[in-house]
Design a protein around this ligand. Structure first.
Ligand code: MG
Length: 297
């Protein structure tokens, strides 16, 4: 069987035809938020409904990193390598310090609690950008059902701790990623729960430091673009209902990696940041690419 679907000849340079989509572990309920720790040679990811962060170590398998996890969802690392976590249950973004203590980065705006932070990215100036859709408070499945008090915004937290709502015209912002030169911010909109909202990825110019523009960059043709990551060429890799889509900087679909379960999120990792880790419904998958992830560290 083929693990790929080619839509543009450029895609051939990015994949290795003899590298399989491999299931690393299964039996979870809804996995999300993968983040690679090269220094520890392991991947952390969330099993949200089961309220835990798991660790995959090549050669050693799955172990528990943190439980309960406050229904953590998306993760990344800051420029100092510290873990940043979006927590549905406590409606906040946190940083795990090197000694293991937890620092709250943001838990409210204008005196009101956040909804349920979903995914997070860090810019080279140290600012922390995160999305705040309402998925984690709509039901008790991935958090605690609670009234929504704020719109579903994208926020930026500056190094001095100040929080600003920088994007306020989304139905439900979800994944986000900076282009390698940080001139563009990509944000996916996965729509309000139980509503037939449009689902697409938008692109914002942040040349001036603040996002402007926001035209629709790409619409995945199956499912939705939940988690997104860039490679060093500026291609955007996106989760989708039938796998992972590779999208050129001009918005053209180059090709797909086909995955047997609905994909929620992805991240690059491994020895050369050439391995794509894929969280997909009940399982963790991986595939080795002929491509390097742009995420840092
Ligand atoms: Mg997400």
């Amino acid at each position: 069987m083929s693990f790929f679907e080619t839509h543009d000849p450029r895609f051939a340079a990015y994949v290795m035809k003899n590298a399989p989509v491999k299931q690393l572990a299964t039996g979870f309920d809804w996995v999300e938020g993968p983040v690679w720790f090269g220094d520890a040679a392991c991947l952390l990811f969330s099993d949200i409904p089961n309220n835990r962060i798991l660790r995959f170590t090549p050669g050693a398998g799955i172990s528990t990193y943190r439980a309960p996890s406050n229904y953590a969802n998306g993760h990344t690392r800051d420029r100092q390598g510290r873990l940043l976590s979006c927590e549905h249950g406590t409606r906040r973004v946190t940083r795990t310090e090197l000694d293991g203590t937890i620092t709250v980065i943001a838990d409210g705006y204008n005196g009101k609690p956040l909804n349920s932070p979903n995914d997070v990215a860090v810019k080279s100036d140290g600012s922390i950008w995160f999305t705040d859709p309402h998925y984690g408070i709509m039901t008790n499945y991935e958090g605690f059902q609670s009234p929504q008090e704020l719109p579903c915004n994208v926020y930026r937290v500056d190094p001095d701790g100040s929080v600003e709502a920088v994007l306020t015209d989304f139905n439900c912002p979800n994944g986000l990623a900076f282009s390698p030169d940080e001139s563009t911010l990509y944000v996916s909109d996965t729509g309000r729960m139980f509503h037939p909202d449009p689902q697409h990825i938008r692109a914002f110019s942040i040349a001036s430091g603040r996002p402007t523009g926001g035209a629709v960059f790409h619409k995945v043709d199956k499912g939705c673009a939940d988690g997104i990551r860039c490679d060093t060429d500026g291609n955007l890799w996106s989760s989708a209902g039938d796998g992972v889509q590779c999208i050129a900087p001009d918005g053209t679909l180059l090709g797909k990696i086909l995955v047997p379960e609905t994909v929620s999120n992805i991240c690059f990792g491994g020895r050369a940041k050439h391995q794509l880790f894929i969280t997909a419904t009940t399982s963790l998958y991986t595939i080795t690419l002929n491509r390097t992830g742009a995420q840092r560290p």
